[in-house]
Design a protein around this ligand. Structure first.
Ligand code: IPE
Ligand code: IPE
Ligand code: MG
Length: 240
């Protein structure tokens, strides 16, 4: 059975969930926050060490201003309401992505939660906020180019390990499994470098309805896969 260190989820379908009920889109985001809580609990019960949730992409700034405002209000509410529980359950929270476009209140709430949970080791919950993989990759390239210009590294030294070390994921293993909900089958600029060999699972469930059984379905699907990383499956290997 494949071991699992890291599950990443593209939480999609909040808007459709609300529209199906004749509700405003923000109601879908509110229900989506409840699904986050359920999924974090389910991941804890399954001893998954790292759970990454894509909460707001760099491209999501293109949405109407009032939707963005409500989303950030919900992030702040989530952080305030969940902080005690995160600490009690040994959950470390961290966010990755840009922070320079957030209000000081949002940055403050994130930093408080990160600081308060930094010693927790049961589960590492990572939130992708104003995250875009291409931006992250270009920033890493820029940092390495600057280091090369200043003589701190040479182009010959730049390899995959050095490059990975420049990314926000430097301290976590690559995702073994990427789940996307709501039936969409694309990555939408999520973890393009880190998901090079991730198994992909597409769930038809809209994110606000996502629950323990959907997570279990995805894990069962993952465990049934043969991961080869370009080599041959174990059973097919022959001695040289
Ligand atoms: C995911 O749900 C939440 C974010 C991207 C912030 P959507 O808001 O994308 O929901 P749909 O795709 O419109 O249904
Ligand atoms: C991806 O969902 C981003 C997040 C889940 C945060 P979107 O709904 O923004 O993606 P597209 O626009 O359908 O590709
Ligand atoms: Mg969507």
């Amino acid at each position: 059975m494949n071991s699992i260190q890291h599950v990443a989820i593209i939480m999609d379908g909040n808007g459709r969930w609300a529209e199906q009920r004749g509700m405003p889109r923000w109601k879908g985001h509110e229900a989506g926050a409840r699904a986050v809580r359920r999924t974090v609990e389910a991941a804890c019960r399954r001893d998954i060490p790292v759970l990454t949730l894509f909460a707001f992409s760099s491209e999501n700034w293109k949405r109407p201003e009032h939707e963005v405002r409500i989303l950030f209000r919900l992030f702040q509410k989530y952080l305030a309401e969940e902080l005690d529980e995160l600490q009690e359950n040994g959950i470390r929270l961290s966010a990755f992505g840009r922070r320079d476009r957030f209000s000081t209140e949002v940055v403050g709430a994130l930093e408080r939660a990160e600081t308060a949970t930094r010693h927790c080791t049961r589960l590492h919950l990572r939130l992708g906020l104003d995250y875009g993989a291409r931006y992250e990759i270009v920033e890493a390239a820029r940092t390495l180019a600057l280091q090369a210009v200043r003589g701190k590294t040479s182009p010959a030294e730049i390899d995959e390990a050095l490059f990975s070390g420049m990314l926000s994921s430097r301290d976590v293993p690559d995702p073994d499994l990427v789940i996307r909900t709501a039936g969409e089958q694309r990555l939408s600029n999520f973890l393009l470098w880190q998901a090079a060999y991730a198994e992909l699972h597409f769930s038809p469930t809209l994110w606000p309805d996502f629950g323990e059984s959907d997570l279990q379905n995805a894990l069962d699907d993952y465990h049934a896969r043969t991961r080869k990383f370009g080599a041959l499956p174990c059973a097919a290997r022959v001695p040289a």
